[in-house]
Design a protein around this ligand. Structure first.
Ligand SMILES: C[S@@+](CC[C@H](N)C(=O)[O-])C[C@H]1O[C@@H](n2cnc3c(N)ncnc32)[C@H](O)[C@@H]1O
Length: 244
């Protein structure tokens, strides 16, 4: 099947007005960047373009409904900025750090931040694990990065005590939770809940898992890999990579 796929940026659907509100013009500019540069640079598939709003932008913006006012958020494995960049443009009250190891993607993210004029975003080129012990956040988000068990290992050491992992997941989220009981315990999880956001607004509501961090994240460190608190090298390594 070689159906031609339109690369023209699709117009925002009517639901986008309510979801993005005042930020809709910024969301439209970001959609345009994804549809043009994102596809050209191989960051999203051309077949995603016609469903950019329904499958990507609206769902990611709805995640904002699960995040409190004025918090610092770390989005790990941001890729082309989903959900982190959407959160940043739709919620200027948040301070958002996008963590992504691949240079091609961080280059796009930095350009998008600059083009959209966002002042509440930091782009860090690193694997999430490289920040353990050096950075912490009130909220750590992600979408399509890893199965829950591995995601907990990458995310929970970045969550400040009293903060939360708030990750977008698919319909198998409950099975993933069952398979992650050991990891939840290991990484100091408190209450775990699943929420559906945007029912009645979008065709497929955003499924979110929320995991509270009840003990200091350092207790969750994997000591078998010789990670200690405040290893200076880790920060400078990720900074060096970011500057390259
Ligand atoms: C399937 S993509 C998802 C991208 C984006 N979140 C989305 O939903 O479109 C997974 C992303 O996670 C990144 N990634 C893989 N391992 C990672 C790690 N250990 N720490 C941070 N990001 C990672 C990859 O480079 C990739 O950009």
């Amino acid at each position: 099947m070689n159906d031609p796929v339109s690369r023209e940026t699709p117009l925002a659907p009517s639901e986008a007005v309510g979801v993005f509100s005042h930020a809709l013009p910024l969301a439209e500019r970001y959609a345009d960047l994804l549809a043009r540069e994102g596809v050209l640079r191989g960051l999203i598939g051309p077949r995603e373009v016609p469903r950019l709003w329904e499958r990507h932008l609206l769902n990611c913006a709805l995640l904002g409904r699960a995040i409190g006012e004025g918090l610092d958020v770390c989005d790990i494995g941001s890729g082309a900025g989903l959900p982190g960049l959407v959160l940043a443009l739709s919620r200027p009250d948040l301070q958002v750090t996008l963590v992504e190891p691949l240079l091609r993607r961080t280059t796009f993210l930095e350009e998008a931040v600059s083009e959209l004029g966002l002042e509440n975003v930091e782009v860090v080129r690193a694997r999430a694990e490289e920040l353990h012990g050096n950075r912490d956040f009130a909220v750590v988000t992600s979408r399509a990065v890893a199965p829950l068990e591995r995601l907990l290992g990458w995310s929970m050491p970045l969550v400040r005590q009293g903060g939360e992992l708030v990750a977008m997941k698919g319909s198998s989220v409950h099975e993933e939770i069952e398979a992650s009981v050991g990891a939840l315990k290991k990484y100091g999880a408190g209450a775990v809940s699943v929420e559906e956001l945007g029912a009645g607004v979008v065709e497929r509501p955003t499924i979110v898992i929320r995991v509270e961090a009840t003990i200091p994240s350092r207790l969750g460190w994997d000591t078998t890999r010789d990670r200690g608190p405040k290893k200076k090298g880790a920060t400078s390594r990720s900074r060096q990579r970011r500057d390259r």
